[in-house]
Design a protein around this ligand. Sequence first.
Ligand code: ARG
Length: 462
Amino acid sequence: MAKLWGGRFTKSTNKLVDEYTASISYDQELAKEDIEGSLAHVQMLGECGVVTEEEAKTIQQGLRTILKKVEDGEAHFSTDMEDIHMNIEKMLIDEIGPVGGKLHTGRSRNDQIATDMHLYMRKKTNVLIDLLEDVQYALLEQAKANVDTILPGYTHLQRAQPISFAHHLLAYFWMFERDKGRLLDSIKRINVLPLGAGALAGTTFPINRRRVAELLDFDDVYPNSMDAVSDRDFVVEALADCSLIMVHLSRLSEEMVLWSSQEFQFIELDDAFCTGSSIMPQKKNPDVSELLRGKTGRVFGHLVGLLTVLKGLPLAYNKDMQEDKEGIFDTVKTLEGALQLLAPILETMTVKKDRMRHAVEKDYSNATDIADYLAKKGLPFREAHEVTGKMVLYAIENKKYLLDLDLEEYKQFNSLFEEDIFEALKPENVMRARESEGGTAPHQIEKQLKLAETKLHQNHEN
Ligand code: ARG
């Protein structure tokens, strides 16, 4: 098949070169964005008199016919036409004749692909924001149902202090809130139009970039044509934002793997979201959570991959930049898959309140509260800490928990202890006592829940 750029060549391209340089196998993902950009471009060309209004209309009709074929899965893409731009231009010429060849006036594939990527990133960033919100809703619902559910909070994966399960879940709510904030902020930089930059230096045609920006709903145009065609910062930024989302997803997934283990038994995942073992009939594996955790690797890889592609590239466009696509496409798919599953997994999991409660009773996670008790009675905290440490040691040696010791034993360590120490050390009181702003006391959690709800509503109004 004749190349759209064949004029300068006397030989046909080596087959392997065709295959090696073609991007159509994956950039067909951008078919709709490519047509959307072309529709706006030719509209502007018609308005500016670069092509006649009639030619513009004919081209737009042709593009819409192709769009319909793309949507119906009837478009046939070919490696001979290398990439999405030339495939669609070829289809257009086949559809409406030589006038289709006027579409590419005043633009280059360099500003075209940059525009496609901007349109793609904007669409997908909004999808990811919505999916993050679904997860936030699921976390919020579980949190509301578990304000009074007590479990050990951990540091170093050692039992530290009793906390509310709602508090633990809400920690993830706020991570995803920051993730959403980053994505929302990135839209400012995505919403800038490269088209009109031409190959690198601008164009000799009397185009109107602002008009194209308006038609495509961009807030601004790139002020420098060389930057416009060689910038992929917004893709790197999306990969970085997605990497951080994966960090958060992976941490939550790890906790779900731990919690659903025989050792913890804090939650049970719904059968619909677990898988079995081909050999061990008793098993119910948290495969989805594990994969969620595991897929973090490929997303980090794509981030480092693109950073490496871009590093040291001279201005302006270089073919290397075609390597921006598969990584971000895979990243978006990976995140869509993960977030779509996480919301229902959270919604359907069973919280084993009794097991959590039992864990808190059989540990020393109320020790800080003994030290706090003494400190409130005037003993310097450092001394109170020392006394309590000795008591923990004594209790362990006597195979007891702190609530099993009697007042006499308490008084042997310090005369400041009174009967009320036993009330203070009960898990719910230990939890309730953490009344400081952002603490795990139920009263503080209620405030947090309200704030979380307000945030979700605010985002919806924007
Ligand atoms: N397929 C190319 C890409 O994805 C489109 C731009 C190609 N431009 C060029 N002059 N070869 O980057």
